[in-house]
Design a protein around this ligand. Structure first.
Ligand SMILES: *[C@@H]1O[C@H](CO)[C@@H](O)[C@H](O)[C@H]1NC(C)=O
Ligand SMILES: *[C@@H]1O[C@H](CO)[C@@H](O)[C@H](O)[C@H]1NC(C)=O
Ligand SMILES: *[C@@H]1O[C@H](CO)[C@@H](O)[C@H](O)[C@H]1NC(C)=O
Ligand SMILES: *[C@@H]1O[C@H](CO)[C@@H](O)[C@H](O)[C@H]1NC(C)=O
Ligand SMILES: *[C@@H]1O[C@H](CO)[C@@H](O)[C@H](O)[C@H]1NC(C)=O
Ligand SMILES: *[C@@H]1O[C@H](CO)[C@@H](O)[C@H](O)[C@H]1NC(C)=O
Ligand SMILES: *[C@@H]1O[C@H](CO)[C@@H](O)[C@H](O)[C@H]1NC(C)=O
Ligand SMILES: *[C@@H]1O[C@H](CO)[C@@H](O)[C@H](O)[C@H]1NC(C)=O
Length: 905
């Protein structure tokens, strides 16, 4: 039974369907990118970014929508202007690589972008004002580069600027060399910014009053610049402001009054020139959520009087190196740190021994302890995980851009460990445990960071997929950190321990980190859809199953519009489980790399073949939709039809009509025991030709099969031929006609050499394969047998001046044995025209249909009459007159030959 092969091949073609249609614009954009890089992901070969799962790329509707190459330090080069070609990009993450040079202006063409993370590279030049054109941007992270010049804002001449980004919540521009003022125009009340992070630049001037119009702001980091003056008087409008970093500037005047800012948790105004007229203002101790106040290295004077009480949230008040002369703690027990070293009060006799005159260790060391087990002694640079197993962890630095607490205690570390594990588990990633160690404050930007080790489950190391998926979760902010740690970023180290690779291969594992984009996103999409279908299934009771099951499809923005189905019905997973007796082994009619094929019985008694895609061969929702749409539109008696499909619980299944008599290949080889005389071969040829002609000329849109061969022609109980496996064929859109495909596919022996060489795919490539199939039918030989190519063999001996065109030696003895088969010369002539070298010299499939009909007329049978029934067929067989047409029985025809695919170049 060979239906399974057909069915599996469909999956191969699915990939090609996508590949062939990958937008040229996107492809050429990527080509330009890699041309200026010294390294690129190793699997970026060929020309099918979407079709062949290039690392770091995710496609939707055949356009590239996500590009994530983060944490590949070996990936260096500039970003050429052609990045602007990737117009459908929604997310671009190039975090922690070695990119340098300017960020091209053309980035402004990526109008769909919502997530742009270029942090931790060496980009220089200015921030392109065209970023202001990216009106959908939510996350803009250009931190930790060498960008210079002003922060661009729009002007009257039509130049765009960051003030136009009304959907942005994150401006992360810290750790650059930006200069000039913070433009007042940058902020207005239409914005929804939450994080305004400009620390460690060379900004000057004062904080603009307009900032206070953006009442959504939660974190402001202007520390380590050259800002002057005080806070604008309307600053208290920022009701949600939680963290305020103003340290290391030239602010002056009185310490601002923040009494009304009830959301504040963390304030650092150290190393400025703030003064206090009399006493330290009371907001320092009274604000309800305030944990940390750092006011050291200013010119504060007077008394620090907290005898009146203080907020329970307080962890630290640092007033070091000021001019404070008195401290009044009152009689209460103080359970937070007060630091007054470097003030006159600590110079007084007898006071210097007080704890507030010592500098406490703010960050105590930490290392995740073992989880009720004894750590192992590991060799080969493996590390004992918290669960005491030796393994190679994926490591990196997890950094908080704005910590809202100062006493990082054990339970905080546990929170981070747990939230990390929760995120990895939610994505089904193979992570056993995580450990944190080496906490430190980066002295150049005050970021708090530690080393994160992520340990693999099951095995002692991750594979590329695993590392990629983890990296994607961190680079794309899918990990939800505890609030006190947010916002964070992660910089991954190279992972050197992939299975089967030299441990110290030097070239920086380019591309490793990234393939996951696809996988994780696909997981997400499938998870969403699975949820959708579960709900759908529950509501389904009173609904007719014929109803379009994709009614909710639109709700998932990435999946395009709902599939248009004609006739194919939706099956629930449970139904198909019942029909196959719980996918019983006994019902398997085939299996292979692409999944299992089961025979099933519908309640109506109808037999079906159910192809259950293996997890690895599943396609994205969009591709699956395209596939079933295509299959459901095809209805012809000589084409295997789709009965329905299942798309639920993350499963993908296609349900086909069951074709009982296997493939033409099995019949020719004798495997199925079906006797193929000349007349039956003519009828099968006619049926297959009609099916193919339908696909080429009547299906809408037209379909090029791309893998016509005897294994893909199935025989029903009347021995009618049915073309199978067009599922992953090439859809022919008008503008596509005759276009260059990106990947040659087909089966050796049947493959059109012109297509192979030019990659120009037309219907005529199927005609070529069909010609080979006809020669196979007439000779009973495989297309390539014992090194001989059937086309060449026939051409070599054919002589039209001789009897039977001199083909005696090569014709299948089964059909020449008794009587001389009529019409065989015309049949061979037609076959040879199908395999002409140049496509334009070959007939169309409808011509082939007509000519085969003519031959059948000559032979003198009525091709419209009832075909033979199965029982007749087997009678013939039982009559004992069975000759194996494929003489060499040792050769396992259905083995490797079938799967001999042309590899992409
Ligand atoms: C950005 O928008 C301005 C006008 O709004 C236009 O002139 C410019 O070409 C755009 N640039 C890019 C790179 O999209
Ligand atoms: C950017 O860096 C490159 C070298 O990395 C240098 O050649 C170029 O002059 C720099 N451009 C600017 C504007 O600083
Ligand atoms: C905010 O700025 C944008 C761009 O400059 C402008 O389109 C919008 O009208 C402004 N909103 C207000 C309330 O001023
Ligand atoms: C204070 O800030 C200035 C920049 O304004 C910086 O150069 C200096 O190193 C800082 N001093 C301390 C003690 O951090
Ligand atoms: C703050 O410093 C600037 C110069 O850096 C000066 O012009 C201004 O008067 C100062 N403001 C106060 C209140 O001292
Ligand atoms: C400290 O504050 C309390 C309450 O406001 C006040 O009663 C007391 O006199 C103050 N002490 C000094 C030394 O200012
Ligand atoms: C750790 O600090 C948090 C506040 O950040 C506090 O709620 C918690 O009680 C502390 N836990 C321990 C064990 O000290
Ligand atoms: C990678 O590892 C995961 C889980 O550890 C596994 O499911 C997957 O099959 C592996 N992929 C490859 C290509 O080996």
């Amino acid at each position: 039974m060979d239906q399974q092969d057909n069915v599996f091949l469909i999956l191969i073609f699915q990939v090609m369907l996508v590949a062939a249609q990958t937008s040229n614009e996107d492809y050429s954009g990527l080509q330009f990118l890699t041309q200026s890089w010294t390294n690129k992901p190793p699997n970026w070969v060929g020309s099918n970014p979407c079709g062949s799962n290039w690392d770091g790329i995710h496609c939707t509707n055949l356009r590239i929508t996500q590009l994530d190459l983060s944490y590949n330090t070996g990936l260096t080069g500039t970003i050429p202007k052609e990045i602007g070609n990737l117009k459908n990009l929604k997310s671009l993450a190039l975090v922690g690589c070695g990119f340098f040079g300017p960020i091209p202006d053309s980035i402004g063409f990526l109008k769909q972008l919502t997530f742009l993370a270029l942090n931790s590279n060496r980009f220089n030049g200015s921030v392109p004002s065209s970023i202001g054109n990216l009106s959908n941007i939510n996350w803009l992270d250009l931190s930790d580069n060498e960008l210079e010049g002003p922060i661009p804002v729009s002007d009257d001449q039509g130049q765009p600027g960051l003030d136009l980004l009304l959907k942005a919540q994150h401006f992360h521009l810290g750790d650059n060399k930006l200069s000039g003022q913070i433009p007042p125009k940058l902020f207005n009340s239409s914005m929804i910014l939450e994080h305004v992070l400009f620390s460690h630049n060379q900004l000057a001037g004062t904080i603009p009053r307009t900032l206070s119009l953006v009442t959504t702001v939660e974190i402001v980091r202007f520390d380590r610049n050259g800002l002057t003056g005080g806070l604008p008087s309307n600053f208290n409008n920022l009701e949600k402001l939680s963290e305020l970093y103003l340290s290391d500037n030239k602010f002056n005047g009185s310490l601002p009054d923040l009494t009304a800012m009830n959301s504040l948790t963390y304030v650092d105004m150290s190393n400025n020139s703030f003064t206090s007229s009399d006493n330290i203002p009371s907001w320092v101790t009274s604000l309800e959520y305030l944990t940390t106040v750092i006011l050291g290295d200013n010119q504060l004077s007077g008394t620090f009087n907290i005898s009146n009480g203080y907020s329970n949230s307080l962890q630290l008040i640092n007033l070091q190196n000021n001019a404070i002369t008195d401290y009044k703690p009152g009689n209460q027990k103080i359970n937070f740190d007060v630091i007054l070293t470097g003030n006159p009060i600590c110079l007084e006799n007898g006071v210097s021994q007080q704890s507030y005159c010592q500098v406490p260790e703010v960050i105590s060391s930490y290392s995740t302890p073992p989880n009720n087990c004894s750590p192992q002694t590991c060799s080969n640079s493996q590390i004992s995980s918290p669960n005491c197993r030796c393994a190679y962890p994926y490591t990196g630095s997890l950094v908080s851009r704005a910590l809202s607490i100062s006493n990082f205690n054990t339970s905080d570390y546990k929170d981070i460990e747990k939230s990390l594990m929760d995120s990895f588990r939610a994505q089904n990633l193979p992570v056993d445990s995580v450990s944190l160690s080496d906490p430190m404050k980066n002295s150049s930007n005050d970021n708090f960071q530690f080393t994160l080790c992520i340990f693999p489950s099951q095995t002692d190391r991750f594979n590329r997929t695993g590392v990629s998926q983890i990296a994607f979760v961190l680079s794309n902010q899918i990990y939800e950190s505890p609030e006190f740690f947010y916002p964070y970023f992660f910089i991954g180290a190279n992972y050197r321990y992939y299975e089967g690779e030299p441990k110290n291969s030097s070239s920086g594992h380019i591309g490793i980190i990234v393939g996951a984009v696809l996988a994780v996103v696909a997981l997400l999409v499938l998870a969403v859809l699975a949820g959708m279908y579960t709900i759908h299934q529950k509501r389904r009771a009173q609904r007719s199953k014929e109803q379009n099951p994709f009614v909710n499809w639109e709700q998932n923005n990435n999946s395009g519009i709902a599939p248009q189905l004609k006739g194919a019905r939706w099956f629930s997973f449970d139904e198909l489980r019942r029909y196959t007796n719980n996918f019983a082994e006994a019902n398997t009619i085939g299996s292979g790399g692409y999944g299992q094929v089961y025979q099933g019985v519908l309640p109506s008694g109808e037999l079906v073949a159910i192809k259950h895609a293996a997890k690895e061969s599943m396609q994205g929702a969009v591709e699956f939709k395209t596939e079933i749409e295509l299959l459901s539109r095809v209805h012809h008696m000589n084409v295997v039809s789709l009965v329905g499909f299942c798309f639920e619980n993350g499963e993908q299944m296609l349900v086909y009509e069951y074709i009982p008599n296997g493939s033409l290949m099995d019949s020719l080889s004798g495997k199925s025991g079906i006797w193929m005389d000349w007349i039956r071969r003519l009828k099968v040829t006619l049926g297959a030709a009609k099916g193919l002609s339908y696909l080429h000329e009547l299906a809408n849109p037209p379909i090029i099969h791309r893998d016509i061969k005897s294994g893909n022609i199935l025989l029903d109980s009347h021995l009618n031929a049915k073309v199978a496996d067009f599922g992953l064929s090439k859809l022919l859109v008008d503008s596509d006609r005759g276009h260059v495909t990106t990947q040659v596919k087909g089966t050796m022996g049947y493959l059109d050499p012109e297509y192979y060489m030019t990659q120009l795919l037309t219907e005529k490539s199927d005609v070529y394969s069909f010609g080979v199939l006809m020669l196979e039918l007439v000779t009973g030989r495989r297309p390539i047998e014992q090194g001989k190519y059937i086309v060449r063999e026939v051409m070599k001996i054919i002589d039209t001046s001789k009897d039977l065109y001199n083909l005696h030696s090569i014709l299948d003895p089964t059909i020449t044995k008794s009587t001389k088969p009529k019409g065989i010369e015309k049949f061979v002539e037609l076959a040879l025209r199908c395999v002409k070298e140049y496509a334009h010299e070959r007939p169309s499939m409808s011509d082939v249909v007509k000519e085969v009909e003519n031959i059948i007329e000559i032979v003198g049978i009525n091709h419209n009459s009832e075909s033979a029934t199965t029982s007749e067929v087997y009678d013939v067989e039982k009559g004992g007159d069975v000759i194996q047409p494929y003489g060499n029985k040792d050769f396992n025809y259905s083995g490797t030959f079938l799967s001999a695919k042309v590899e992409p170049q």
